[in-house]
Design a protein around this ligand. Structure first.
Ligand SMILES: [Mg+2]
Ligand SMILES: [Zn+2]
Length: 160
């Protein structure tokens, strides 16, 4: 069974000062991200990103823009000796269409749980918004709420 740290993306992994991040040039990693994830990886945790990307539905950017950003993130993480198991993201905007995958809905987490052998009771969800916390709670995963763009090393003692 895999112990997973579910991660929100914007505001947790990268700075979300821009409303939409869809170019790798705009990705600024938050302080402590590499150190924290590398440490947690060494303790047996793996990582899955769960992200709302409503800009796709709104036509602001494309799925391939998002995929490029995620490939860039994976390559940076690999330089530090770990990787992201999978990026799951909702492409929908409630202003355009309803769906079951936009956080606080839980479909993306459920997909991950169905695909990977996840030890839900020993997994965590780190987010910077209440909807992340709600997604975690509704999925039976322990939530960790952080301030947006804060130093991720602060969460280590909540897990280890
Ligand atoms: Mg966020
Ligand atoms: Zn959706």
């Amino acid at each position: 069974m895999r112990k997973i740290i579910f991660l929100d993306r914007d505001g947790v992994i990268n700075n979300n000062n821009l409303y939409y991040i869809y170019r790798k040039e705009d990705v600024v990693f938050n302080p402590g991200v590499f150190e924290t994830l590398k440490f947690l990886f060494s303790k047996g945790y793996e990582f899955i990103v769960i992200s709302n990307q409503s800009g796709i539905s709104k036509g602001i950017y494309s799925k391939s823009d998002v995929e490029n950003v995620h490939e860039f993130m994976k390559s940076e993480f690999k330089k530090h000796g770990f990787d992201i198991l999978e990026f799951y993201y909702c492409t929908h905007s409630p202003s355009v269409e309803n769906c079951l995958c936009r956080k606080p809905e839980t479909l993306l987490v459920e997909k991950a749980i169905a695909r990977f052998q996840i030890d839900v009771s020993n997994s965590y969800f780190i987010g910077d918004q209440q909807r992340d916390v709600q997604t975690a709670i509704n999925s039976g995963i322990k939530p960790i709420l952080i301030d947006a763009n804060s130093d991720l090393t602060n969460i280590i003692n909540k897990i280890i």
